[in-house]
Unconditional design. Structure first.
Length: 493
């Protein structure tokens, strides 16, 4: 059994990832700040303990008893006088201990108000441990909290007892300040996350609005309506997505339009031969001669229908990106091959005109197909013995190449386009027909030369091949009369 998971929108996923990243970043900042503050507290306490013990150590050899104006004779007197002159920090205790290590010490302290449950001078067990310790600095973990301490030993004087000066620091308040800052940062981070949630939701919605529009547009598209497009704003990735989607819709619209044109053209052109075939079959009698003539007419119409279908399929395939497959081709060799092939199309005076000796990128098969179609068109509209010229040349864009003949410059280096042409000396084409002859099923308002049975797709195929090479096909006037069809291709194509 397949369980369908709930769909999470891109907007929610973006927001969740943003919140996760921000939460980790803000949490890391808060933890880092707390760690820095705690380290500063430890460093300041260490400095304070070192400073206090250093001051006392300097006082021991230099201190003067105000009563005797001489050296202190007992540790008890030294500690009392020194403590009277010191001012401790709020969390600091300065104590004097007298007695031998291991014994319960006598405590000398300053008159200060400290919490009774945390004051070190009331904690005899801790004082005994500090007095007995061989270290000068240490830390005590007590039920009342952590305690940092330092001490300076005082040797026993004649007739007196040894002692020790003890500095004790209670870091709870300092650490509480660091913890308070930490929790404040966490609270501010929570507020920032809430604000980020609102702002991120709005910004993500604005950024993804074109994506939603793409989805909505795609859902509303039908085969009958492919005209909707997405407005493109800006130059970011979303704008690029909209442009790509619009380009895809353009291709789809062209494909569906080509499909409709194919169906319409096929229906229009096939309807007549089908009617002819049906009519002859219905009227066919039992006479063998009549049957033979009917079969001949029907076969001719079926052949014509087959050619129409093949031409229509070729034109429909012209929209595909692989319609032409360009490759490096020697233009002179291609021109000569075409000339050899077209000479069998009819009894005409075939002339291999100018030949361009350079290499270009084109599809040799498609280009040969187009040239043969143009030659076939010239044969159909000329009479035996008339001249038809086949040629190619390279030209610069600023050179006027409207006329084609032997004087055309061939094989010239530095040309930016090439032209392949078929020129005949038939009756020519009227100017009013020159604009429509390249359209499908259009033969012009007046036929030139011999009447043909073609469907009017030949020149449309030539134009499709030229446009597949990013070029064009043109109709020009032949010097002395006639028509010249020119395939123009850019040399970079």
């Amino acid at each position: 059994m397949t369980v369908s998971l709930p769909r999470i929108s891109a907007r929610v996923r973006i927001l969740l990832w943003l919140l996760v990243v921000m939460a980790v970043a803000l949490g890391a900042v808060a933890v880092t700040v707390r760690s820095i503050l705690q380290r500063d507290v430890d460093h300041r306490i260490s400095q304070l303990l070192t400073q206090e013990t250093g001051e006392f150590a300097n006082f021991v050899p230099q201190g003067v008893d105000p009563d005797t104006s001489g050296r202190f004779d007992t540790a008890d007197r030294l500690l009392r006088i020194y403590l009277q002159r010191q001012y401790a920090d709020p969390d600091e205790e300065l104590l004097g201990l007298t007695g031998r290590p291991g014994d319960r010490p006598d405590v000398i302290r300053q008159r200060r108000d400290l919490p009774r449950d945390t004051a070190l001078w009331r904690d005899t067990a801790s004082l005994t441990r500090i007095r007995a310790s061989e270290d000068s600095f240490g830390t005590l973990e007590r039920p009342q909290g952590e305690l940092r301490w330092a001490k300076v030993e005082i040797g026993a004087s004649p007739g007196g007892q040894p002692g020790a000066f003890v500095v004790a620091f209670h870091p709870e308040r300092e650490r509480a300040v660091a913890d308070k800052t930490f929790w404040m940062l966490l609270a501010l981070s929570g507020v920032a996350l809430l604000m980020t949630t609102g702002i991120g939701w709005a910004v993500a919605g604005r950024i993804l609005a074109p994506v939603r529009l793409v989805r909505t547009t795609a859902a509303e598209l039908t085969e009958q309506d492919l005209t909707r497009r997405i407005p493109v704003e800006g130059r970011d990735d979303i704008a690029a997505l909209a442009e790509t989607f619009n380009a895809m819709l353009d291709r789809l619209e062209r494909a569906f339009a080509a499909q409709r044109v194919f169906v319409d053209d096929a229906g229009h052109e096939l309807r007549t031969p089908i009617t002819i075939v049906r009519g002859h079959l219905e009227l066919m009698g039992d006479d063998p001669a009549d049957r033979e003539e009917t079969v001949r007419l029907v076969t001719d119409e079926l052949d014509r229908m087959s050619r129409i279908v093949e031409d229509l399929l070729l034109l429909a395939g012209a929209e595909r990106p692989d319609f032409v497959t360009p490759e490096p081709v020697q233009l002179a060799e291609l021109t000569a091959d075409v000339f050899v092939k077209v000479r069998t199309l009819g009894e005409r005076e075939w002339v291999l005109d100018s030949v361009a000796d350079l290499e270009v990128r084109l599809d040799p098969q498609r280009m040969t197909q187009a040239m043969v179609q143009l030659a076939q068109n010239a044969v159909q509209h000329t009479v035996p013995g008339q001249r038809i010229r086949i040629g190619s040349r390279s030209v610069d864009s600023h050179v006027d190449s409207r006329s084609v003949g032997p004087r055309a410059e061939a094989g010239r280096d530095g040309a930016d386009r090439v032209e392949l042409y078929v020129a005949d000396h038939g009756p020519g084409i009227p100017q009013e027909d020159a604009e429509v002859i390249f359209e499908r099923f259009r033969r012009g308002t007046s036929r030139r030369g011999t009447r043909t049975s073609g469907a009017g797709l030949g020149l449309a195929i030539v134009r499709a091949i030229a446009e597949g090479h990013h070029g064009r096909v043109e109709l020009r006037r032949t010097e002395g009369g006639g028509a010249t069809f020119v395939l123009t291709l850019e040399t970079a194509s």
